[in-house]
Design a protein around this ligand. Structure first.
Ligand code: SF4
Ligand code: SF4
Length: 345
C-alpha cells in the first residue's frame, strides 16, 4: 500500500538471532574499484565442499534464528554453491542469501529453486556509464539481464547500491530502476574503508556526512513510496539514541576461507579477528583482538570508525561530537517488514 511504513524504523540487534556471513572463496571474475576483499589478510583459498559442510554445521545454532549469507569474492564461482545451500537448508538455517555481482556462474538459476535462497545483486549505477567504470565494462548489462532472469523465475531478489563520491549524484535514479527490474528489496550501502577503498582511492571515493544526510534518507523514502522495501545504514545516531556495538550485543560471524572469523566487518583489514577455525573447532583468540575495542565506550560512538575514518567526525566548540556514529551493522528500514542481510559492495 502506498505510504505504508514510510517512517524509517531502526532495526535493533536481536539477541535471539545469529548472523553468519560466510566467504566461501575470495576469488572473483571482477575487480571493482572499491572491492572490499583483502587477499593479503584473507588469502586465496577456495573452501572444499567438505569444509563448507563442516563449517555450516559449526555455526548453526538450533536455539537461535540462524541467518546465512554466502559471500566471496564471487560466491557463484564456487561450483559447489548449490550443495552448500542445500546443506544449509537441511541443517535448518532460516534464511539463506547469496550476494552476487550478477554473473551467476555455473548455471546457478537452473540449479536452485526460488525456495532455496534470496539472490542479492550488486549494482552501483542506474546506467552503464555510472556502474561500469566502478565495476567493469559490460557489467551493467550482464547484471541487469540476470536480474530479469531471476525475477522471471520467481526468485526473491534484492539490489545493493554502494554509495560513494563516484555515484551519489545518480542514486535518485535507482528507485525507478529497481522497481522496473521487479526487485523487491533495495539496500543502500555506504562506501567503507576496507580492501581497495582503503588503499588506492580512499579520498576520492569517500563521501562526507553532509552529503549522506542530504541525499540518502530522502531517496530511501522515495524508494519506499514506490513500494520497495528499503534498508540503509543508520550511520548517525539521533540525540539521546543509545549507542550499541554489535560486537558486544549481537552474534555476527564474518567467516573467511583462511579460517579467520571476525565479529566486526570494520576490523577485517587487520589481524585482530576474535576467532579462528582450527580443524572444525571455533577458538577464541587471546591478546589484542577486536573484542578489546568493543568495550571502549567513547563519546563519538563506534570506536573502529574513529580509528579508521576520523574524517567523518565533526566537533562542536566545546569538543563534543556533532553526531555519534552508530554501529555499521545498525540499519534503517522503510516500506517493508522482511529482514534481509547484506554486507557486500
Ligand atoms: S566487490 Fe565483489 S564483485 Fe567486486 S571485485 Fe570485489 S568481490 Fe568481486
Ligand atoms: S562497527 Fe563499531 S560498533 Fe559495530 S561492531 Fe564494529 S566496533 Fe562495534
Amino acid at each position: 500500500m502506498r505510504g505504508r511504513g514510510l517512517k524509517p524504523k531502526t532495526l535493533a540487534f536481536q539477541a535471539e538471532e545469529r548472523n553468519i556471513f560466510f566467504h566461501i572463496l575470495t576469488s572473483c571474475n571482477l575487480s571493482c574499484r572499491h572491492c572490499y576483499i583483502n587477499r593479503a589478510q584473507h588469502g586465496t583459498n577456495t573452501l572444499t565442499r567438505e569444509t563448507i559442510a563442516n563449517w555450516l554445521k559449526l555455526f548453526y545454532d538450533p536455539a537461535k534464528l540462524s541467518n546465512l549469507i554466502f559471500l566471496g569474492g564471487e560466491p557463484t564461482l564456487h561450483p559447489d554453491l548449490p550443495f552448500a545451500v542445500q546443506t544449509a537448508r537441511e541443517l535448518g538455517y532460516q534464511s539463506i542469501t547469496i550476494d552476487t555481482n550478477g554473473f551467476l556462474h555455473h548455471d546457478l538459476l537452473n540449479r536452485l529453486t526460488p525456495q532455496d535462497a534470496v539472490l542479492s545483486f550488486s549494482l552501483d549505477g542506474p546506467a552503464p556509464e555510472v556502474n561500469d567504470p566502478l565495476r567493469g565494462r559490460g557489467v551493467f548489462d550482464v547484471c541487469t539481464k540476470n536480474i530479469h532472469r531471476a525475477v522471471d523465475k520467481n526468485f526473491e531478489t534484492s539490489l545493493i547500491y554502494t554509495v560513494s563520491a563516484k555515484n551519489i549524484s545518480h542514486l535518485h535514479k535507482m528507485p525507478e530502476l529497481v522497481k522496473g527490474l521487479g526487485v523487491k528489496h533495495f539496500f543502500i550501502q555506504i562506501i567503507g574503508l576496507r580492501g581497495n577503498s582503503a588503499i588506492s582511492q580512499a579520498n576520492e571515493m569517500q563521501i562526507t556526512p553532509e552529503a549522506w544526510l542530504k541525499t540518502v534518507p530522502p531517496i530511501a523514502k522515495q524508494a519506499a513510496e514506490l513500494g520497495l522495501h528499503v534498508i540503509y545504514p543508520k550511520v548517525f545516531l539521533e540525540p539521546g539514541e543509545p549507542f550499541v556495538c554489535a560486537g558486544e550485543y549481537a552474534e555476527n560471524f564474518f567467516i573467511f576461507p583462511n579460517g579467520r572469523v571476525y565479529a566486526c566487518p570494520l576490523c577485517e583489514d587487520f589481524p585482530i579477528h576474535a576467532y579462528n577455525i582450527e580443524g572444525n573447532t571455533l577458538r577464541e583468540n587471546s591478546g589484542l583482538t577486536e573484542k578489546k575495542f568493543f568495550t571502549l565506550h567513547i563519546a563519538e560512538g563506534c570506536v573502529m570508525n574513529k580509528l579508521l575514518q576520523p574524517d567523518n567526525l565533526r566537533y562542536k566548540k566545546d569538543g563534543s561530537p556533532n553526531h555519534r556514529i552508530s554501529c555499521c551493522l545498525l540499519k534503517q528500514e522503510m516500506g517493508g517488514a522482511k529482514k534481509l542481510l547484506d554486507n557486500t559492495y
